[in-house]
Write a protein that binds this ligand. Structure first.
Ligand SMILES: [Zn+2]
Ligand SMILES: [Zn+2]
Length: 167
């Protein structure tokens, strides 16, 4: 039985929903930051040393990439949660200091579950996807109740769980 790390697949699935335009904007912003700090800043009177400019450029570039990736994420994530993607993208961009993004993550609706494998809608309490039989959450083979991925025994009926003990 294949047991995937939940956090890892979760993070990857978050990255996967970030649209291509967000990555494109992030790349442009990163390059622009390098250009600004390494070339444009040279013309200013109070210019930091080369290593300082390089570091600033790198930090600003990474910051910009994160920002655009997050904005792209909000845009897609809002849509799949039944919230207005346009409204939340505007809020994420226009409310300064990341507060718009923060607001989004505080106020966002719980995800109407969808199968990570085929995208089929999942009702709360489903253990398997009705579309592709994907195992949505580890369940006890004896009583079929949901157990944690790390459980050795079922907390409801005490049956040994195959995931850890068998391997
Ligand atoms: Zn499925
Ligand atoms: Zn059980």
């Amino acid at each position: 039985m294949q047991v995937k790390s939940e956090t890892q697949t979760g993070f990857k699935s978050h990255l996967r929903i970030i649209p291509a335009w967000a990555w494109a904007l992030a790349s442009i912003a990163f390059i622009a930051a390098q250009w600004f700090f390494n070339f444009e800043m040279v013309h200013q009177t109070q210019c930091p040393p080369a290593w300082g400019r390089f570091l600033l450029g790198l930090l600003a570039g990474i910051g910009a990439v994160c920002l655009f990736a997050l904005i792209g994420y909000v845009n897609r994530d809002a849509k799949r949660r039944g919230m207005s993607p346009t409204l939340w993208t505007i809020i994420a961009i226009c409310v300064p200091n990341g507060i718009g993004l923060l607001l989004y993550f505080v106020l966002r609706r719980p995800l109407p579950s969808s199968c990570p494998q085929c995208g089929n809608a999942i009702q709360p309490g489903f253990n398997f996807c009705p579309g592709c039989n994907y195992k949505l959450s580890p369940s006890c083979p004896q009583c079929q109740r949901i157990v944690s991925a790390g459980d050795t025994y079922c907390p409801y009926c005490g049956t040994t769980q195959g995931n850890k003990a068998a391997q």
